[in-house]
Design a protein around this ligand. Structure first.
Ligand code: NAD
Ligand code: DAU
Length: 351
């Protein structure tokens, strides 16, 4: 069946992999990528598929109700896959309002348009909201987040995502809008903006810059290869039950310091540097405010109900990821020129 799908935030890290998955796997679908091209959005992420006839780009802001409504009117979307967001925790600590605007107001703007244009004709329609495991808060040393874990966000970022999740559910319960939500753990892979741990540290190791480890480096994250997340999103969009939530994660926990040491070892080998030389760049800096100790996702429901499992072992995925950044130095240079330098000085200058 043909579908017209609105993907928001498709020029960002995860969104670009979702757009690629959808336009190549479903040539009979029309895919519309709505993205404001903030500092995190980059059309170079989509270079390989931008000329495909079923791919369409619209530059615009999800908080712009007139634009969003005009797109629903013009293209009569059957589905929305909503990824556009402000996504970096450290930036949310500096500027919470930007996160409230995009993550909360932007999500409601999209929900309103879907409600207005679908107008109760919900057969074959789906509003799919992409969320994060950070809404569940922080775990102690044991246990996992499940789909029924109570929300307990701690950063302005996670609070804004939690708020948007609640609003999506409220539009189902109040207006019957056919919604589905997934909450995923930390993604890694090609095209991630180098403000996030893995690409930031790859770039710093290449540049022989210090590696700023927050606190003692003992916080734990559950890492998933971004293409496996995109595959899960495809599956949930097509097979997920309306009003359900699915957790997505790799059962792949790493303390930051163990992950950083592994990256240093792999990069010494790949760059032909003396073993142990990159580790010397590790510098312990002031901790992130409200830093969540541990995230770990239980993705049993997604496996048992929809048959999804991650395809890559972590060391293989991390090695592929490092190779991608080393082979795509132009991409890194482009995104770290200009405003990036000011960002870096501001966030790391006085730590
Ligand atoms: P990203 O920051 O790399 O990309 C966000 C994209 O949204 C960019 O292309 C940006 O230009 C666009 N955007 C931002 N504000 C916009 C606005 N007002 N209007 C239109 N477009 C706008 O983010 P990401 O890491 O790819 O995350 C995508 C989604 O997945 C987010 O909703 C995030 O909360 C969620 N998520 C991310 C992770 C992760 O590890 N990165 C894990 C779980 C969930
Ligand atoms: O869990 C999913 C979330 O993962 C997503 O919702 C977010 O959008 C995404 O940014 C990510 O959030 P984190 O805060 O976990 O990711 P980040 O890469 O910023 O940090 C990972 C860990 O590394 C975290 O414990 C903080 C630490 N860190 C990070 C940076 C940038 C450092 O020690 N030093 C750093 O310079």
């Amino acid at each position: 069946m043909n579908k017209k799908i609105l993907i928001t935030g498709g020029a960002g890290f995860i969104g670009s992999h979702v757009v690629r998955e959808m336009v190549t796997k479903y040539p009979h679908y029309e895919i519309y990528n709505l993205d404001a091209l903030t500092y995190a959005g980059n059309l170079a992420n989509l270079k390989d598929i931008e000329d495909l006839p079923n791919y369409h780009f619209v530059k615009g802001d999800i908080t712009d109700a007139i634009l969003v409504e005009s797109l629903f009117e013009k293209y009569a979307f059957d589905g929305v896959i909503h990824l556009a967001a402000e996504s970096h925790v450290d930036r949310s600590i500096e500027d919470p309002l930007a996160f409230v605007n995009t993550n909360i107001v932007g999500t409601v703007t999209l929900l309103n348009a879907a409600r207005k244009y679908w107008d109760g004709n919900y057969t074959g329609k789906c509003f799919y909201h992409i969320s994060t495991d950070e809404v569940y808060g922080s775990l102690g040393e044991s246990g996992f987040f499940t789909e029924t874990t109570a929300y307990d966000p701690h950063s302005p970022y996670s609070a804004s995502k939690a708020s948007s999740d609640h609003l999506v559910r409220a539009y189902h319960d109040t207006y019957g809008l056919p919604v589905v939500i997934s909450n995923c753990s930390n993604n890694y892979g090609p095209n991630q903006f180098p403000e996030k741990l893995i690409p930031l540290f790859i770039n710093n190791i290449v540049q022989k810059r210090s590696l700023p480890v927050y606190g003692k480096g003992l916080n734990v994250r559950d890492w998933l290869y971004v293409v496996d997340h995109a595959r899960a999103i495809d599956l949930i969009f097509h097979k997920g039950e309306v009003s359900e939530t699915y957790n997505i994660g790799g059962f792949n926990e790493w303390s930051n310091i163990d992950l950083i040491r592994l990256m240093c070892r792999l990069m010494d080998e790949k760059l032909g540097r003396e073993s142990g030389s990159s580790e010397k760049l590790i510098t312990y800096v002031k901790d992130r405010a409200g830093h969540d100790l541990r995230y770990a996702i239980d993705s049993t429901k997604l496996k048992e109900e929809l048959g999804w499992t991650p395809s890559l072992q972590f060391e293989e995925g991390l090695s592929k990821t490092i190779d991608w950044y080393l082979d795509n130095n132009d991409w890194m240079e482009e995104v770290t020129s200009g405003a990036y330098q000011a960002y870096y000085e501001k966030y790391y200058g006085d730590r």
